[in-house]
Design a protein around this ligand. Structure first.
Ligand SMILES: NC(=O)c1ccc[n+]([C@@H]2O[C@H](COP(=O)([O-])OP(=O)(O)OC[C@H]3O[C@@H](n4cnc5c(N)ncnc54)[C@H](OP(=O)(O)O)[C@@H]3O)[C@@H](O)[C@H]2O)c1
Length: 267
């Protein structure tokens, strides 16, 4: 970044929610030089949203991060663009594909959590460090990003009460099944932020299958539900294109050149 003259950095390095690195340094450095940033990396946005926003405001650069919540499903964009004139009162949903896949698979094939997790890894929907998925931290990061960026909360990960699915047994899942219900890892933003496994009716629209995500925005006027793929390479790459068009639609329509760098470097 010191040596290149570019408009845009696309930052998709590994998520580390302990210190946000290396993404946080890459993004901070680009924004402070006036370079726009598109990222799918939750770490820096969950840990340092207000700090990054301030740097961008000072230098006139822009930060887009629609892939950080909901993967392919445009959750942040929907809220940011379509709910501008409505006060969002609460948010609840399934925001982690891996844990949803595991809970769904346990019930469907009567397998234990370990085997269902292995299948999620084989399907490449788990985070590189799958403890983020299982312990609820990934969902908590997404709640923090949503709360800060669309509801004007000032929260960080310490403000989220987190319980993951690590102690959910096959018995728990099958008992729920027999009662016409399902166990799902639900994230909630109400007065407080909370992640925990909940029993929900199978007819509840939030009770999605496999690696889907679901979210319900309750506003002063209505309830809105979005459902779609929450992870996957193509889906997440598509969020980068979505952000690219959001930032540069005018330039691209006029056939102007936008120069950029992607980290990690791709050939
Ligand atoms: N895939 C999805 O479904 C999805 C959905 C939403 C958000 N995201 C986020 O999008 C980002 C990319 O996802 P992914 O699935 O491509 O993750 P990934 O498979 O873990 O790949 C991350 C990339 O970062 C590189 N990397 C790791 N440490 C680095 C460092 N210190 N400096 C520079 N590069 C480094 C890795 O290189 P090596 O392979 O050489 O280690 C790898 O190319 C992650 O932050 C992820 O959380 C992914």
């Amino acid at each position: 970044l010191e040596r290149v003259d570019i408009d845009l950095l696309i930052e998709t390095t590994i998520t580390d929610i302990r210190d946000g690195e290396p993404g946080l340094s890459n993004i901070t450095s680009a924004l402070s030089k006036g370079i726009d940033v598109i990222t799918t990396n939750k770490g820096p946005v969950a840990l340092s949203f207000y700090q990054l926003k301030k740097i961008a405001e000072r230098s006139g650069s822009r930060l887009r991060y629609s892939g950080t919540v909901g993967g392919g499903t445009p959750i942040l964009d929907f809220a940011r663009q379509q709910l501008k004139n409505e006060k969002i009162l609460s948010v609840k949903g399934v925001l982690n594909s891996t844990s949803n896949y595991i809970l769904w698979k346990m019930a469907k094939d009567k397998v234990n959590l370990k085997d269902a997790l292995q299948e999620a890894k084989n399907r490449k929907i788990a985070e590189r460090d799958s403890r983020y998925d299982i312990t609820g931290i990934d969902t908590a990061c997404k709640l923090v990003i949503l709360a800060n960026s669309i509801m004007d909360f000032k929260v960080d990960l310490k403000d989220v009460t987190i319980e993951g699915i690590e102690n959910v047994s096959l018995n728990n899942v099958l008992e729920a099944e027999n009662a016409g219900k399902a166990v799902r890892l639900i994230g909630r933003i109400e007065d407080r932020l909370r992640v925990s496994p909940e029993l929900i009716a199978k007819t509840d629209p939030l009770c999605v299958e496999a690696d889907n995500n679901s979210i319900c925005f309750s506003t002063e006027y209505n309830n809105y539900i979005l459902i779609g793929k929450g992870a996957g390479g193509k889906e997440t790459a598509n969020t980068v294109i979505r952000d690219l068009l959001d930032l540069y639609q005018v330039e691209l329509l006029q056939n102007k050149t936008v120069s950029g760098v992607a980290l990690p470097l791709v050939s």
